[in-house]
Design a protein around this ligand. Structure first.
Ligand code: UDP
Ligand code: MG
Length: 330
């Protein structure tokens, strides 16, 4: 059992499949995941490695894996220095994957391991990305389904590289696609958008997403709202244009209304008494102004974060089993 430090020049193997699994406090899920995933990968006609990324768990998840790694040298664990969020953890996993094909899945078994052989088969047909698309969202409430639906529609109106509806991070990518993805080194890692931006020959495969088998989702409403805002503002400047358009429309309406009041007072001789309408208009315009400033602020904030050029994540250590002869070389 060795602890090694990350090394940028990892040996790549042609016939190696890497499965990248980021997790945060999934102690209950990890044994179930391995129980289902290990038989599947063992039957693959190619060699494989599991790259787990511990996104700052404090529930003994890492200790469980370290114990497993003692017995299974094809599992590696990258531990981040703290919780950086799934997007950063995913980036860490991709950077540490050595395979010619890299598959990403969640640790909570919502992405069924049994689909891995199919995904590999599709990838072997020569595409760069095998993208898994949810057919159903069992176990997710109507609100989450509705907000996800609305979000994808909005996002795809705003972006030039459309994000396929109902897809997540569950996918298999060729080395070429992974390298392309890793060449995007922005700090705001909205992965779905980054994937879409990269493009590459893609095949979309529908599947049934399972409900979470144990533990709880790490996303609450505010978290999802944040992710949605993040997605929109990372991949499109369209909201700025929407703000401009709203301002234009409001100004036009105001001008027309003003003219109408003048006409009413001079030609029709109706002296305007419009205190309530004045209050309504001022409130409305004030709201629009704040919204506009808020949108601009989102972009200014993004620029600020990017300009600091901090690393996307920090590694605490990498744990792998190099004790067995013939294990992966560095
Ligand atoms: N995850 C992570 N870091 C976080 C939050 C989540 O690595 O800060 C992992 C989590 O352990 C799981 C995957 O990301 O493997 C998906 O998370 P979750 O199931 O909570 O999201 P959902 O499926 O509800 O979108
Ligand atoms: Mg989940």
């Amino acid at each position: 059992m060795n602890k090694v430090h990350p090394h940028p020049h990892l040996a790549r193997s042609k016939s190696l499949l890497s499965i990248v699994i980021p997790f945060f406090n999934e102690r209950a899920m990890l044994p179930l995941l391995l129980e289902r995933l290990l038989p599947v990968v063992s039957n693959l006609e190619m060699s494989w490695e599991l790259v787990f990324v511990d996104d700052g768990s404090d529930d003994g998840s890492a200790e469980f894996l370290i114990d497993t790694i003692r017995r299974e040298k094809r599992i590696r664990l990258v531990r981040l220095s703290r919780n950086f969020g799934k997007e950063a953890a995913l980036t860490a996993g991709l950077e540490h994957a050595r395979g010619e094909g890299v598959l990403i899945m969640d640790a909570d078994l919502q992405d069924p391991p049994e689909l891995v052989p199919d995904m590999v088969a599709r990838w072997r047909e020569g595409v760069d990305v095998v993208l898994m698309q949810r057919r159903s969202r069992r176990g997710e409430g109507w609100f989450k389904r509705f907000s996800a639906y609305m979000f994808y529609r909005l996002l795809n109106r705003a972006c030039r590289s459309p994000i396929p509806v109902d897809t997540g991070d569950f996918r298999l990518m060729s080395r070429r696609a992974v390298n392309a993805l890793l060449s995007l080194n922005e700090r705001n890692r909205y992965m779905k958008g980054l994937f879409a931006w990269v493009g590459m020959p893609t095949v979309v495969v529908p599947y049934d997403r399972e409900p979470r088998a144990a533990g709880t989702t790490k996303w609450d409403f505010l978290g999802l709202l944040g992710l949605a805002l993040e997605g929109l503002t990372s991949f499109s400047a369209a909201p700025l244009r929407w703000a401009t358009a709203t301002g234009l429309i409001a100004a036009t309406l105001g001008a027309v209304f003003g003219l109408w009041i003048v006409v009413k007072a001079t030609i029709l001789g109706d002296i305007t008494s419009g205190y309530p309408s004045l209050v309504a208009i001022i409130t409305f315009l004030g709201g629009i102004q704040l919204l506009g400033i808020g949108i601009v602020g989102e972009y200014v904030g993004k620029t600020y974060v990017e300009s600091k050029q901090r690393p996307i994540y920090l590694t605490r250590d990498i744990i792998e089993n190099t004790a067995v002869a013939g294990s992966s070389q560095r």
